[in-house]
Write a protein that binds this ligand. Structure first.
Ligand SMILES: Nc1nc2c(ncn2[C@@H]2O[C@H](COP(=O)(O)OP(=O)(O)OP(=O)(O)O)[C@@H](O)[C@H]2O)c(=O)[nH]1
Ligand SMILES: [Mg+2]
Length: 379
């Protein structure tokens, strides 16, 4: 059955790829793009909206805004039609391109104005460090715009995380690893809302309230707690659980977390091992400057599971990541300033060289077909 209380809206190529994967996992998802080619590559989304005016925008995010300004009603009526009944709306888009990046702030603003009571989650995909200067600049513009939209939760996906695992890794692999990891987190978290538990369950209302929180979001997921503790040569105690969580957050596909504030949190523990449950307490939040205002817990005892998930919302803006991109842009600007003026005029030293037999060739007398034939005829 399709999940309809959480709706995913994908904008542009990258954003729609994420929406497509959400749809594959059962979430009602729609895609909006200027490019019909990008739209036709999607196989799972429930509805697609092609915007008029251009077929792809070649990373020109300003153009997206200008084009959609002439027929905003197409965008708004599509959003109303598909988001009206949802409790949570996830808007995914890449920040580095033109279409998704350009449409993002407008779409989020429209949604948060129309639906102040829904949880609106922006899911911007940050380009990795080696991407083009335009992609990195577009990213910084998007985050400036996002910071002036009130009341939304921002879950920043960071392509640099997959890239830095293996520097030689290509585009397709980065996209696959990143998209799958992010969508699986949300899917796992949502799945727990329909599981029952005697020790306290994480229900739909908790899910909605967790994301009805202004600020940034990150998710740490540990599939097998015992395995990770063993790998890090750590014994099971609250202080090591905090350490484990911090390292898992570092490895997640979300942008690096800032520890200067936190709003709400969810802790999902699914294990038969009571020792694990006993060693996870609120000290896992000790690295933050404050304690979360609200903590939603779900404790489950499914057989053979040793699972832990911690979701953090109301975090500070991902300053470390954005400052790193500023540094890269500064370096690239310096490189450009030191470059000699681009030379487009070509002058060869040899274009007027006189050759030994530079006399015009003697005009050859044109042969008739019969003449040529005669050359090959038996004498
Ligand atoms: N994680 C992830 N990143 C993606 C994916 N597709 C594209 N990107 C990133 O998105 C950026 C390119 O933006 P697209 O989403 O392709 O652009 P668009 O929104 O379609 O805009 P235009 O094609 O320029 O009109 C690059 O920075 C890529 O790193 C994807 O499926 N997953
Ligand atoms: Mg595109």
């Amino acid at each position: 059955m399709t999940i309809t209380d959480v709706v995913v809206v994908g904008l542009g190529g990258g954003g729609s790829n994420i929406a497509d994967l959400f749809a594959e996992r059962g979430f009602f998802s729609v895609a909006i793009n200027f490019s019909s080619q990008d739209l036709s590559s999607l196989t799972h989304v429930h509805h697609k909206q092609k915007l008029l005016g251009s077929d792809g925008l070649g990373h020109d995010r300003q153009r997206a805004v200008e084009l959609v300004a002439t027929h905003t009603s197409v965008l708004t009526s599509f959003l109303i039609k598909h988001c009206e009944d949802a409790e949570v709306v996830i808007v995914s888009f890449s920040t580095g391109g033109g279409s998704g990046s350009g449409l993002s702030s407008l779409t989020l603003n429209l949604l948060s104005n129309m639906y102040p009571d829904k949880a609106i989650i922006a899911m911007p995909i940050i380009p990795h460090d080696e991407e083009s200067t335009t992609a990195l600049m577009n990213n910084q513009q998007v985050f400036e715009e996002l910071s002036s939209i009130e009341g939304i939760c921002i879950a920043p996906v960071d392509n640099q995380k997959a890239k830095s695992r293996d520097f030689a890794v290509g585009k397709a692999k980065i996209y696959n690893i990143t998209n799958k990891s992010i969508v699986d987190h949300f899917h796992a978290l949502y799945s727990y809302t329909s599981e029952s538990s005697k020790s306290g369950s994480f229900d739909k209302k908790d899910f909605i309230n967790l994301f009805k929180q202004e600020g940034y979001c990150s998710i740490a997921e540990v599939v097998d707690v015992a395995y990770w503790l063993e790998k890090g040569k750590l014994i099971l105690n609250p202080s090591n659980m905090k350490k484990l969580l911090r390292s898992v957050l570092n490895e997640s596909m979300f942008a690096p977390v800032e520890y200067d504030s936190i709003g709400k949190a969810a802790i999902i523990i699914d294990t038969e091992d009571e020792d694990v449950i006993d060693n996870i307490d609120n000290s896992i939040f000790d690295d933050f400057a404050n304690r979360p205002l609200d903590v939603f817990e779900g404790i489950y005892n499914n057989e053979q599971s040793n699972f832990l998930m911690v979701v953090l919302t109301g975090l500070s803006m991902c300053q470390t990541r954005l400052s790193k991109i500023d540094e890269i842009l500064e370096m690239r600007q310096k490189e450009l300033e030191n470059l000699p003026r681009t030379n487009t005029a070509f002058k060869s030293k040899f274009s007027s060289m006189s050759l030994p037999s530079n006399k015009p060739a003697q005009k050859k007398e044109k042969l008739s077909t019969q003449d040529i034939l005669n050359m090959y005829r038996k004498r």
